[in-house]
Design a protein around this ligand. Structure first.
Ligand code: FRU
Length: 499
């Protein structure tokens, strides 16, 4: 199709051209963020998979670099992780110049040495900060016996208590996560399977497992572990999404604290995001003592190959920090836009607006407009039943994305049913709904709008919703509304980011 500069994200990474899916091996090195990604350098749909590479000083402004790992005849490079081998455990670098190690999945087809369709874990290393990469001489380093099928997506976690690295991988179609350990990063020994009797469906693929240690309520004496896994299809908002489990890890087994009964509704499980467009989340490595920061692919396998952008397809989510907080007696995963974004936002300045009662059927057209906006506000329950905002709204009011809270059902709702181009796929789901408590009748929203996306962090990140939208170029208005009665909007803070 024709080029769509009106949908080019300003705050989110998208490749200049062609198809991108999962983030791979994001890592901070000497003050520079490196992002690798599943990339088809020759096409607009998923195809021979290479690792693209981009760098950024702040996770907002990106520079594309040369392809890091290029697909070869007979071998694709699927998703994985990059770490800095600081102590030269692998022997592939040296302590003065530690090697970067990329763990990826080799997918072999028509290859003389491997049965067709083999998936196995391989290693590449870089001695020049990721500019160039060499394949390890003894690849693949980890193969499943007797058949290495659907075995992919290695992610690494440093396990301080055991002074070893833990690798999580999946057998995708078996919906099982396999854990391994290593001290030299070359030889991996099997630890355990994680395959809960939880929310699984026949035909569902488990992909991109990620094990993250987190202190509960910031207390380093009370470490918990979160296991994230991307599932496709049958995610909470349809198609693909990221499920998580909170539990313990003893160096061998990951054990979830509690699991809903078999057959429970998917909403009984933990979901990283309740919107439709957040998948294949990866953790940024080497960020020191800061909170874990995740970045995902802002898309859904249901329609990713149909989205109407050109000359690129695919973009990343806003990087977000994770924390575990006790809420209502339960450890709860909360997320906030990452520190570099918050710092940058603070430097852009913001406008604050006085409190405002918005009455029934009398929406308020905001005095600001834009297609790249950061909006924070609080809704206070009045006699209105549902209230919120319409963003990317056209002057005639007919097109827009509606973000609202229903005080009667305690649901947060993002409705993109009339957001613009919705006809490119019958699977582009219109409405996403998630339960959200409103203590004291108050709900806070942090909304980031970036040309073709709407991201909502509600109640300080207790709930996240990420959705793609494809609005007309004149859809730059914002309005506040309240249904059936009035609602008080307060603490409205806005930064117009169009540049
Ligand atoms: C997730 C995924 C991974 C795989 C990669 C292939 O979106 O399916 O499981 O490694 O994409 O591009």
């Amino acid at each position: 199709g024709a080029d769509t500069p009106q949908w080019r994200p300003a705050l989110h990474f998208s490749p200049a051209a062609h198809w991108m899916n999962d983030p791979n091996g994001p890592i901070l090195l000497d003050g520079v963020y490196h992002l690798f990604y599943q990339y088809n350098p020759g096409g607009m749909v998923w195809g021979p998979m290479s690792w693209g590479h981009a760098t950024s000083p702040d996770l907002l402004h990106w520079h594309e670099q040369a392809i890091a790992l290029r697909a070869k005849p007979g071998e694709d490079m699927f998703s994985g992780t990059v770490i800095l081998d600081r102590d030269n455990r692998s022997g592939l670098g040296n302590v003065q110049h530690p090697a970067l190690l990329a763990f990826y999945t080799s997918v072999f087809t028509d290859h003389p040495d491997h049965p067709d369709g083999t998936q196995a874990q391989s290693l590449a290393y870089s001695l020049d900060n990721g500019a160039t990469w060499q394949a390890y001489a003894h690849n693949p380093i980890l193969t499943l016996q007797p058949d290495s099928r659907q075995f992919r997506d290695p992610s690494l976690t440093w396990y301080a208590a055991g002074q070893c690295w833990i690798m999580a991988t999946v057998v995708g179609d078996a919906q099982v996560i396999k854990l391994y350990r290593s001290t030299d990063l070359l030889h991996w020994s099997f630890l355990s399977d994680f395959q809960p009797s939880g929310y699984r469906k026949p035909g569902m693929a488990w992909e991109m497992p990620l094990l993250v240690p987190l202190p509960l309520d910031g207390n380093p004496q009370d470490m918990r572990w979160v296991m994230l896994v991307s599932v496709n299809p049958w995610s909470i908002a349809g198609g693909s999404g990221v499920q998580y489990f909170i539990g313990r890890f003893d160096g061998v087994h990951f054990t979830p604290d509690a699991l809903p009964p078999v057959g429970a509704d998917p909403s009984a499980y933990g979901w990283l995001d309740h919107g439709a467009d957040h998948y294949a989340t990866a953790r940024i490595a080497n960020t020191g003592t800061g909170p874990p920061t995740l970045i995902g692919w802002m898309n859904n396998w249901d329609y990713a190959q149909d989205v109407p952008t050109a000359p690129w397809r695919g973009q990343m989510t806003l990087p977000a920090e994770l924390a575990l907080k006790t809420l209502d007696g339960h450890p709860t995963l909360v997320q906030a836009p990452a520190q570099p974004y918050r710092d940058w936002l603070a430097r852009q300045g913001m406008r604050t607006y006085p409190d405002r009662m918005v009455g029934r059927d009398r929406p308020w057209r905001a005095p600001f407009r834009g297609d790249v906006l950061d909006i924070r506000l609080t809704l206070r329950r009045g006699d209105g039943t549902r209230a919120g905002l319409v963003v990317r709204q056209t002057p005639d009011g007919k097109t827009g994305t509606v973000i609202s809270y229903d005080f009667t059902t305690a649901d947060l709702i993002v409705d993109r049913g009339h957001s613009g181009d919705v006809g490119f796929s019958p699977k582009f789901s219109p409405v996403h709904i998630a339960h959200l408590a409103a203590p004291g009748g108050v709900v806070s929203l942090h909304v980031v709008i970036d040309r073709c996306s709407v991201e909502v962090f509600a109640n300080d990140g207790v709930l996240r919703m990420t959705d793609l939208v494809f609005p007309p170029a004149d859809g730059t208005n914002v309005s506040l509304f309240s249904t059936a009665g009035s609602t008080r909007f307060s603490a409205l803070r806005v930064t117009v980011l169009n540049r």
